[in-house]
Design a protein around this ligand. Sequence first.
Ligand code: NAG
Ligand code: NAG
Ligand code: NAG
Length: 952
Amino acid sequence: MGENSQLPMPASVVPTNRPYVRNRFVYGTVLVLVALQFLYSHHALTIGHTSSVPIHAENTLARCRALDTVPGPSSHFYSRASSDRYVPGTRATLVLDARIWTGGQNGTEIIEGHVYFDKGIFKGVGSLDVNAIKMLHSRDSLDIVDAKGAWVTPGIVDAHSHLGVLAAPSLSGANDGNSHNGPILPWLRSLDGLNTHDESYPLSIAGGVTTALILPGSANAIGGQAFTIKLRKTAERSPTAMLLEPPYQLNGTYPASGVVPWRQMKHACGENPSRVYRATRMDTFWAFRQAYDRARQIKKEQDAYCEQAFSGRWSDLGEFPEDLQWEALVDVLRGRVKVQTHCYEAVDLDDLIRLSNEFKFSIAAVHHAHEAYLVPDVLKRAYGPPPAAAIFATHARYKREAYRGSEFAPRILAENGIKVVLKSDHPVSNSRFLLFDAQQAHYYGLPENLALGAVTTQPAQVVGLDYRIGFIREGWDADLVIWDSHPLALGATPTQVYIDGIAQIEFPHVVEKPNSLQSVPKVPNFDSEAARAVEYEGLPPLLPNESYIGDVLFKNVKNLFLPGADGDRIQDAFTTQGIHSGVVMVLNGIVACFGPENSCSLDEFTDSHAPLRTIDLKGGSISPTLVSYGSSLGLSEIQGEISTGDGTVFDPLVAPASSAAEQVLVRAVDGLQFSGRNALLAYHAGVSRAFTAPSHSGFIGGLGVEFSLGAGHKLEKGAVHQDVTALHLSMVHGTRQPSVSTQIAALRQWLFAAHTHGEHGEISARFVDIVQGRIPLVIETHSVDVIATLIELKREFEARTGRPLRLTIAGATEAHLLASELAEAGVGVVLTRARPFPGTWEQRRILPGPPLSEDSAILRLMTHGVTVGVGVDEPSSAAATRFDLGWIALESGGHISKPEAIALASTNLKKLLGNVHKGPTDLVATQGGDLLSFESKVVAVISSVRGTVDLF
Ligand SMILES: *[C@@H]1O[C@H](CO)[C@@H](O)[C@H](O)[C@H]1NC(C)=O
Ligand SMILES: *[C@@H]1O[C@H](CO)[C@@H](O)[C@H](O)[C@H]1NC(C)=O
Ligand SMILES: *[C@@H]1O[C@H](CO)[C@@H](O)[C@H](O)[C@H]1NC(C)=O
């Protein structure tokens, strides 16, 4: 508390229109003030115009003075001996021998040394007198942790989260993210809906997240007030106890001390408020202007009132003008609120900046902001400092506003002097893996200091709390993560996380990581791709530069992975050691020769019809391309825009159509569209094919297809690999879904009817294909109980008919609980999330993986002998498949080799989802490293079917 703060100060001392200054000059006037106060409180003093001073004048004046208080810490904040969040009994901790990324010096400061924290705050960083610290504590009041040179960072700060307000598992009773009660709701508070039982808290902490800004949703132009919380459990078990620096207004009090914390307010432009209120952008911005005009009027009345009070003209002054509904918005105009705005497109950003200048308030960050990198100068025109851009690293194109999103946006924004924050929008993306966004932004060109800053120091600043979180510095909150590798290395995982000095993971499972991961990955150069993203306003052409027909010699190849002779198991054909390198000769899209440097003689292979190309892979590799499954790739370009896709299949169990229609099974091949941006971006990342089921929200999906992501249209050679791959059904709870038992009953009937009666119409014809083993039956489900029922049905079918049933479970979040039963029943599993999240009730029993469990679900299933595939759950994730696989291999602690990891999203998927899995395989060539690493760049895709090498 400011010492001077309790003193009511007459108008002659504190001018009205200047910020209330706390400085020594003011302290020096204390004596004078005490004298004045004495006179004042005895109604003896009149100033200026003569009028009598009312009884509550002191309160009124204090209130008026408080209006100009600038948010931030008190002047003596850093002399605090303990944190307000300190939990008595917490032991002090001394972390020895760490590589400390402090957040200081623009994210470039790295200190090798120790970190000491006590009473919830950092008390020493760097070279410390360890013995002196030990002397300070008795044996059991100090934990000593030997970090053995491990990387340590401040806790991750997530500047955009709905943790607790959109709680997991998602249930209708815990959906408090969005009010639909009007476009302008500055009086709502996310805190009022904060669920303390969200299963995400411990999971996000296990990813290193210690603090999050909990925002209301984006259904409204002004959605309400946001609050910053620490994620740890509290003794009180209440939402209030989680708050970090709660604003005073929360309990209807006003700052008496001259010190106020920042408040937070959610705004949203564009599609979301338009959709909910059937409005246009014009309506939304008028709603904003009307609201701000109301706030401006109240502010004006308050200022006039205070001016009059300060000058002692008390007569006719009446009550202080205020309105509980508008007070938060008035505070925005007083510069005391961090305005966090969901705002995507150039038009929206321009509107928002115009609004900020019209009403003179600054904006802390534009969130999502997929077009911000195209209009950095617009942000620089904002009232006050330019807003930061709080964005996703790669998640894009899910709606029209996000269509021009680019993986190069973080680096382009940084190059233009805009601060970059990476955020989760949890549960939209799982904040447990927010660091993966920093890693990917770094991969695509954001400098390492800014990439780590984008999830620590920058978000701390954007929420106005960088004076206590976001750094490892003496006096800051003891929120700290110890990592098992360099935090920008793929798969970096905490070995321990501290919040307010309290260790959060009781029994961390730590996987040994190779030494090569202890330094920053040497990422490839994407300068020309980034320049093209801007040149083409987010839509650079993505078709390969050239489809080369002819012979190609790849040199400087470090390793070559190829499917075995049975087209099945992927093998390490060669891996060179040290400085040696190999060559691979490709003729007509087929590997004709490979080996050490001079093994393939050019004369022997060069064809006369085309010149020989030589491509230097600079220590890169050649491996089978990847396959994608689980999203709507090929059937929809922008998920939020129906007109850009095939549409959704009707479910005959819910809406029985005419008997003819009832017999129809939809084929995904009939709805395919080629050259979509998600498809081509995946192709650029070594994913050459996808298996896609018809888009459906009901029980019956239809017949899947396997197609090429690099093809221009369906009639191109090799565009469609299998026009019918499998029959896809879904047993997940949806709003329109019949009961699971109804679905099982239908399935049982179809299976046995196909066995005994043969074909009647298409559904039974396809079941005949299934029972005769021609195509697999792929059932999407997550629940262990449904999976158990399906295993039983398979047993029943096989016992009664003597035929094997090819069954694959897709989704399969809880499948790890039946690993041995699945293996015994010969049922394969495709996990459509490489890393699990308990998003729904049916997915709640996840196996979280390190550091929370020793195994991942994938490893558990594989060690029991289940054939496992890995998919993706949304189209823009397909391009990151190679990193998902690299992560799986690293996390397995040596149990899953790179070829086995590649098989998870190539040969295994073909086996589990298709009909002919032994066909020709495409290959992908990477420069600088292998496909699964952050050091490589995809330079070519080799297609044996087309006899081409596509060059990027
Ligand atoms: C911070 O680092 C970035 C990237 O390394 C650099 O471009 C920028 O100029 C630095 N900013 C300051 C203030 O040093
Ligand atoms: C109201 O909230 C402020 C800020 O958290 C706190 O300091 C104050 O003690 C609270 N007052 C009451 C009456 O609860
Ligand atoms: C592909 O074309 C782009 C733009 O013309 C160019 O920057 C890039 O270097 C080309 N890549 C190859 C492999 O030729």
